[in-house]
Design a protein around this ligand. Structure first.
Ligand code: E4P
Length: 223
């Protein structure tokens, strides 16, 4: 599993980097809205500084036209850095933009994927990551794990370098089911990340071991 943080909260990102095997950060306009009136470019630069250049940073375009998305992508790359994965919605306009940006060797994450066909088209267009929206698909009575599995099979059959970055998670089971269906990467928000180790039995086991040690030894240390 390659685990990415679906958040633009600097404090949360720093916290997770301490104890989770984090591979990058994804944002979108709704995630940024949660941070209030931030200065977008400076905020993205701060996140890049925190995670470093080796981890992936995915930043979404705003426009709804291909021309605008390409312009947004250029602005993002010039203002943040040229290693950013530009998130482009997998629409008609988005696919036009992906085609042009891949011709310029820009890193692309094809987002807002609700169907296998969207993912197949983005794969053929050379997107580096596909971001299928797991919870949103379930809300539409679409099986997101079938979609992920079909995309994974296509990637394997065509020997494509495109990777599946599952997104839109509302619980831990959706994350695990995506990985089992063939996603190699998952981007998870803090509401679900905070559930990963949220189990009172873990704290109880640690407390019980400590208590047993203390009944025999004088000090709560090995030496
Ligand atoms: C990835 O960054 C996606 O934009 C995000 O996971 C969508 O999540 P949502 O369905 O909770 O808005």
């Amino acid at each position: 599993m390659k685990l990415i943080i679906d958040s633009a909260n600097v404090d949360k990102i720093k916290e997770y980097l301490e104890y989770l095997p984090i591979d990058g950060v994804t944002t979108n306009p709704s995630i940024l809205k949660a941070e209030g009136k931030i200065e977008f470019i400076n905020h993205m630069k701060e996140i890049r500084h925190i995670i470093g250049i080796d981890k992936s940073l995915h930043v979404q375009t705003i426009s709804d036209t291909a021309e605008g998305m390409v312009r947004d992508a250029h602005d993002i790359l010039e203002s943040i850095d040229d290693q950013v994965y530009v998130k482009i919605p997998t629409s008609k306009e988005g696919l036009k933009a992906i085609k042009q940006l891949k011709a310029e060797s820009v890193n692309i994450t094809a987002t807002a994927i609700y169907s296998t066909m969207q993912g197949l088209l983005a794969t053929e267009m050379g997107a580096d990551y596909l971001a299928p929206y797991i919870n949103r698909m379930q809300n539409l009575d679409t099986d997101p794990f079938l979609v992920v599995n079909q995309l994974a099979r296509n990637i394997e059959q065509t020997n494509s370098s495109t990777r599946i970055l599952g997104a839109s998670y509302k619980n831990v089971s959706q994350v695990i089911d995506s990985l089992m269906a063939g996603a190699t990467h998952v981007t998870v928000g803090s509401d679900v990340l905070d559930k990963f180790l949220d189990n009172a039995n873990i704290a109880k086991a640690v407390a019980d071991f400590g208590q047993d040690w203390n009944t025999i030894h004088e000090r709560f240390s090995i030496k």
